[in-house]
Ligand binder design. Structure first.
Ligand SMILES: NC(=O)c1ccc[n+]([C@@H]2O[C@H](COP(=O)([O-])OP(=O)(O)OC[C@H]3O[C@@H](n4cnc5c(N)ncnc54)[C@H](OP(=O)(O)O)[C@@H]3O)[C@@H](O)[C@H]2O)c1
Length: 245
């Protein structure tokens, strides 16, 4: 039996990925801060296949406790993260930037570090880091987020080299626009501003990203999907979006 740990499993891409990995035959460990959401997903997926571990990836002790609760793990989907604000550098909010760095960079690094022994022991470990096209491109107002995701992408590339010769595949999934709670969080609950992001464009869904993740982790063990960029038809780059008005 293969177990997949999914961080950020309480909504969006992470919840869709957990559902899809159960359908692919994995048992899943669901990690995020909102316990009620995790419990609801366990109820949906069945407690024989899914387990919730309340986790805050910005807290080292919390990530260590997650790893300690996992006996066996062949797949880690390190997906927890997000953006806060859209402020230009000369108006930066340090608390927002610190959170983005903690969640998207250190959170990713400490989760990988904590679970790597289990992944390696499985004999066919797979680390899936959900970064973003913001890890490879920039846009005005996005420096706090693009800086953090660039750091995450650089770390993922470094990790792949550091693990050469060891049985762990390092996979980066870099989505463009996906309809989730991402923009609501970015704009501190401002639903109108969040809705405007995907106005007159059909964004990807969490299920679309989960589909790519499922593809990547189910390839034969000699094949590494090192990176996939996923974009909706109406988006050509982090800055170029066509809206059907
Ligand atoms: N949506 C997009 O357009 C898009 C595009 C590219 C990349 N991404 C990336 O995709 C990933 C998933 O985001 P999403 O779009 O699915 O947005 P979402 O619906 O807001 O989901 C974010 C998830 O991360 C979890 N999370 C946030 N901070 C956490 C923390 N400190 N500890 C543990 N879990 C934490 C949240 O759970 P709790 O709040 O319950 O902790 C939630 O489950 C993120 O890394 C995001 O940067 C999103």
């Amino acid at each position: 039996m293969s177990t997949a740990v999914v961080t950020g499993a309480s909504s969006g891409i992470g919840a869709a990925t957990a559902r899809r990995l159960v359908a692919e035959g994995f048992d899943v460990v669901l990690a995020a801060r909102r316990e009620d959401r995790l419990r609801a997903l366990v109820d949906e997926l069945g407690s024989d296949r899914a387990r919730a571990v309340v986790t805050d990836v910005t807290e080292p002790a919390s990530v260590d406790a997650l790893a300690a609760s996992v006996e066996e793990c062949s797949v880690l989907v390190a997906n927890a993260g997000g953006a806060r604000g859209l402020d230009p550098v000369d108006e930066l909010d340090e608390d927002d930037w610190r959170w983005m760095w903690e969640a998207n960079v250190l959170g990713l690094a400490r989760t990988v570090k904590a679970l790597l022994p289990r992944l390696e022991a499985s004999g066919d470990g797979r680390v899936v880091a959900v970064t973003s096209i913001a890890g490879h491109q920039i846009y005005v107002g996005g420096a706090g987020y693009t800086g953090a995701k660039h750091a995450a992408a650089a770390m993922v590339d470094t990790l792949r080299i550091e693990l050469l010769g060891r049985p762990v595949r390092v996979i980066e999934i870099a989505p463009g626009m996906v309809e989730t709670e991402f923009s609501t969080l970015r704009f501190a609950g401002d639903a109108e501003r969040a809705a405007a992001v995907s106005e007159a464009i059909r964004p990807l869904t969490g299920e679309d990203v989960a589909d790519a993740i499922a593809y990547a982790v189910t390839r034969p063990s000699y094949m590494v999907v090192s990176r996939m960029d996923l974009m909706p038809l109406g988006q050509a780059s982090a800055r170029d979006v066509h809206r059907e008005t």
